[in-house]
Design a protein around this ligand. Sequence first.
Ligand code: NAP
Length: 376
Amino acid sequence: MSTRTLRIGLVGWRGMVGSVLMDRMAAEGDLAGAEPVFFSTSQVGQAAPDVGQGAAVLQDAHDAAAFAGLDIIVTCQGGAWTKSMYPQIRAAGWTGHWIDAASALRMADDAVIVLDPLNRHVMDEAFAAGTNTWVGGNCTVSLMLMGLGTLFQRGWVEWMTSMTYQAASGAGAKNMAELVSQMRKIGGDAAGLLDAPRTAALTLDRQVSTTLSSDGFPTANFGAPLAGSVLPWIDTLQPDGSTREELKGHVEANKILGLTPEVPIDGICVRVGAMRSHAQALTIKLTRDVPLADIEAAIADSTEWTEVITNDKAESLAKLTPAAVSGTLTIPVGRLRKLRMGPEYLTAFTVGDQLLWGAAEPIRRTLKILREHLGA
Ligand code: NAP
């Protein structure tokens, strides 16, 4: 039962991640008994969203002093805002709990990357030690760990490669719209051929190729056609030839689980024409020949959202696709089998909604956990 009313500042609540967070918090009643204060970088003074606690106006997210007196700040505003305002708000003497969806603070020594179904113990120990900066993980990393994190925790993984199939939503709202615009252009240009009774596949293919390379094809956000194609590059080049997205797979997964020594994780991150759910194909070198049945049982038991999918076609097509999981919290893991390289080589495929477990859900649950710790 609440002993005092927490004042919770919300920044970035109307963005894509923020909107999913608001929906989930409403569904779970997360703001009940608290006093939410809504901020904006662009709509200061306009009406704040009504979450059943009376009319209020949006506060100025660029004014560090406006955050004084809050117990918790939850932000989905983005890295630029965090980089600018976090130091200012802390420098003004604010010592409350900061919960952030952006990557800016993730690797800071005094920040915990939150994914409580896997690292609740890390979070609880950090809270007891005085940590007050909590950051959601990279979407692909969080989804991979929700599926297979238990294998690392059991010490079964010597190394892992992750080949990703990442949805348009990971690049932002404009990119989602661009993907659908690309689909519309392809479909529109090919409509006559599709409707004709005996169009040859190669004729259709020539038309699609012509559309993809045409001047008016919408690529302002992705920089290349995504519909009808794939993009083997996400984020910026690193000195070792990987991309920043690929680097995050290693550094964040190891930090989230607190693995020592670190377990090498690497691979290639690829953007595909899915809307909001990411998929990943994994190759795992096991530390020993763990029987497949034990692996399946461990995964099935790992979180209440993780589901093992039988390695057959009908089950995989019905349950192990972006289309099947979008809008749900389910994390299916399938295509589990030992590879012909030997009994210590495991392969797996996993999928998850990157706006839920990949973004909003760890943030929402961290707020709830902190409220429990704070007794409010
Ligand atoms: P976003 O949709 O671009 O929203 C960010 C801000 O843009 C909003 O809070 C809003 O701030 C402003 N905005 C301007 N015009 C808007 C409009 N028409 N509709 C809604 N908001 C508008 O950002 P996001 O994709 O949610 O990402 C937020 C953070 O989460 C980023 O750091 C991102 O890296 C991280 N993240 C994203 C994902 C993902 O899948 N996209 C996944 C994990 C983490 P004002 O109200 O102040 O104007």
